[in-house]
Write a protein that binds this ligand. Sequence first.
Ligand SMILES: C[S@@+](CC[C@H](N)C(=O)[O-])C[C@H]1O[C@@H](n2cnc3c(N)ncnc32)[C@H](O)[C@@H]1O
Length: 260
Amino acid sequence: MVTDDPRKGYWNEAYYKYWKSRVDEAGVGSSQVIKGDANTEDDDVYRALFSTYGFNSGRVLEVGCAWGRMFPLYLAHGLTLSAVDISAAMVGAASERWAGHPDIESIQESPAESLPFDDCTFDNLACIATFDATFQDQALREFLRVTKPGARLFFTGKNDLYHRDDQAALDAEIGARRKQHPNFFTDTRRMVELLQAEGHKVDALLCFPRRGDFAKAAYVTPPPDHFYEYMIVLTRGPVVGDFPPFASEHSKTFLAGEHG
Ligand SMILES: C[S@@+](CC[C@H](N)C(=O)[O-])C[C@H]1O[C@@H](n2cnc3c(N)ncnc32)[C@H](O)[C@@H]1O
């Protein structure tokens, strides 16, 4: 277990407070958080996509579970759930609400890059709104290591080339850097090539062209040249190896614009 990971302070304090404040202001103004619950409008999109692509029966691991807002979505599929998050504060919040549920095996503090599970443990894995915060080559290897051949994986991320006039995306990138929010942009084509070269099957690559398109379920496929977010649906192949880095702290869009 990594005990002195410098990223933990951000997720335990600044991000935890930020989410608590968003929940407090739920239902007010343009807030997407639903009043009385720590859930957001995006949940309906996840619910629909999980149903469209489906899970294998058995066990699912959620990586980056926060306070467990997605748990009902997995439990609705009859899955046995394990969950990890890098933040002890988030794990505490999730455990307070969910510990003791008969279909939840464990909720543990762990970074995505070093998962506390044996090889080939899970039938499914989901990593939602979290992969972009990880060291992606390491996290992806771990996702594949702890899942079984034939496992179903879902994860989301941010593409490293979005539209130059997507001001909301650019503002979010600059704002994240200012807050020192860990934020990495995927060379999505490269990642897909690496996955396919290793024998994993990309069942779907849903590309959301602009920031805000996720909540509208406005995705396109096949991948256009420019898009902001993606959700990938994978079937794990028989073999898992290491990946070279395929993500960067600055998007190509930001770098091309020479923004300050
Ligand atoms: C934006 S939240 C998303 C949470 C949840 N998946 C959801 O959609 O509600 C990101 C979560 O990932 C966790 N996280 C960030 N980096 C991580 C890492 N390297 N490994 C595991 N969890 C991480 C954070 O503590 C936070 O709870």
